[in-house]
Design a protein around this ligand. Structure first.
Ligand SMILES: [Zn+2]
Length: 224
């Protein structure tokens, strides 16, 4: 191997070490140096754990959420979703894992909430699928990415609760799978819940007329 090439490899190695070191040892919220993990203790303490689990939604299903949507939680989520900071996603997933353990949530499969085609185009990934994969790997459960939007809908953010429900109705479909979901326990996962209309539609579509026990878990809860 030529001397210059070896030097070049050393340079690449150094870059990688610096990159990994920086990546692993800084708090994702305040940027302070830390020993391990992704969040420093003071920032971890600022995140407000949800102590109202679960919500019994519309007499249909239970919703669990790991955190309240405080400014710190919002920063984590926005960094994850819009700045592709996947360490922030890891922090959210780890708090969701804690929430599952604390509430003894049992499930056989995970189904992530779908993302609209135009959001996927600009973002490049489905944040709910990513959270689902981390959680699924932790509990050794399969993630079934089967829900999808079958049409373009108006942005839910601009609508009130009533219009959100009307807007979302009939817009989500389920892909067929060779896994028989009859008599199974399913955990539907989303990053954040606001009015619950999207998750309500997801639950209806997954359940259909089958005997399935569905629970919902979100990283954060906003106004619900
Ligand atoms: Zn911090």
């Amino acid at each position: 191997m030529g001397k210059r090439f070896t030097k070049y490899l050393d340079y690449i190695k150094q870059c990688l070490i610096t990159f990994i070191y920086d990546d692993e040892h800084r708090c994702v919220l305040c940027g302070n140096e830390i020993d391990d993990k992704n969040l420093c203790l003071p920032c971890m303490k600022k995140l407000k754990r949800n102590n109202e689990n679960p919500i019994w939604y519309k007499n249909k299903f239970y919703i669990f959420s790991a955190l309240y949507y405080t400014s710190e939680a919002k920063e984590l989520l926005l960094n994850f979703k819009y700045k592709k900071n996947f360490q922030c996603g890891e922090v959210i997933a780890s708090l969701m894992i804690e929430c599952i353990k604390e509430n003894n949530i049992e499930f056989d499969y995970i189904i992530p909430a779908p993302i609209k085609a135009d959001s996927y185009k600009t973002r490049g990934f489905n944040q709910s699928l990513m959270l689902s994969k981390t959680i699924g790997a932790h509990f050794d459960r399969k993630v079934l990415d089967v829900l999808f939007f079958n049409k373009n809908i108006r942005n839910q953010k601009t609508l009130n609760k009533y219009d959100r429900e009307k807007n979302i109705k009939g817009s989500i479909s389920i892909k067929s799978t060779n896994i028989n979901l009859e008599n199974s326990k399913i955990l539907i996962i989303d990053d954040v819940i606001t009015t619950g209309s999207t998750l309500n539609e997801c639950v209806s579509i997954v359940k259909g007329d089958k005997n399935i026990l569905i629970k919902v878990l979100t990283g954060m809860k906003s106004s619900i």
